[in-house]
Design a protein around this ligand. Structure first.
Ligand code: FMN
Length: 229
């Protein structure tokens, strides 16, 4: 089993390597540096999410330097990678690869509910926002009926049935932000547009048409220089 943690800073990578080595005698097999354009929860404060100092371009050199302190495992970047040009750019900056999420929501093979896909495909740039999450980190997703209902005071009740996430404090975090993350993500999974929370990377606004994974991979790799790497 390959162990590939996700980090948002060189410091986080340092802590993981130190702890894993001391406790388990293991280091990551690779690491993903996820920047603040990604979908869902962010490893940054709301201010950092919009601060150019925290783009993956700017974070990558320090993460590569930290990796060099521990070995030569690959560093992959994630968050806002859209096309072949992005991939080439990050490979040139020293990344060994990329992790892409949002772009694959716009594929026929993606098993998200059709309403989930439609919500992302219809979203414009202004609809994709950072919101508060019960776990205390900002989260990026589409502004839908859920947010309006919270403002109007008609949001679904917080029942805390799942008792799921330690950082939520058994519903304390949910009460603070006005929604239960487990229930709302589950509603999005079921395609409920009235109460679902639809996570998306900032690139969700660029998704306009569905395509096959085959065609997307072709598009991403058609440069022979990339295929050889
Ligand atoms: C709908 C959605 C749900 C996600 N859920 C998780 C998650 O549960 N855990 C996680 O570590 N990352 C999650 N992510 C982040 C992705 O794993 C990925 O690293 C990130 O979205 C990459 O950026 P991109 O979407 O701009 O390509 C999610 C992303 C999306 C779009």
């Amino acid at each position: 089993m390959a162990l590939v943690p996700i980090v948002s800073s060189a410091r986080a990578l340092s802590v993981i390597c130190k702890q894993w080595q001391r406790k388990y005698g293991r280091l990551p097999d690779a690491v993903v540096l996820e920047g603040p354009e990604s979908g869902g929860h962010q490893g940054f404060s709301p201010e950092q999410c919009v601060d150019p100092a925290f783009t993956i371009e700017n974070l990558l050199p320090s993460v590569l330097a930290e990796r060099d302190n521990w070995g030569d495992f690959p560093v992959l970047v994630a968050g806002g990678v859209w096309d072949r040009a992005d991939i080439m750019r990050f490979l040139a900056l020293g990344a060994s690869g990329v992790q892409m999420g949002t772009r694959f929501i716009g594929t026929f093979e993606c098993d998200a509910h059709p309403n989930f896909k439609e919500t992302i495909l219809k979203a414009e740039a202004d609809d994709i926002v950072l919101m508060k999450s019960p776990v205390g980190m900002p989260a990026r997703g589409v502004r839908t009926a859920l947010q309006s209902r919270m403002e109007e005071g008609t949001a679904p009740q917080i029942r805390c049935v799942s008792q799921c996430l330690t950082p939520c404090g058994h519903g304390k975090g949910a009460m603070e932000v006005g929604y239960c993350i487990a229930d709302r993500l589950a509603d999005a999974w079921h395609g409920d547009r009235e109460s679902g929370l639809f996570f998306s990377g900032s690139n969700g606004a660029r998704l306009k048409d569905m395509m096959s994974v085959h065609d997307l991979i072709e598009e991403l790799t058609q440069d022979p220089g990339l295929q050889g790497r």
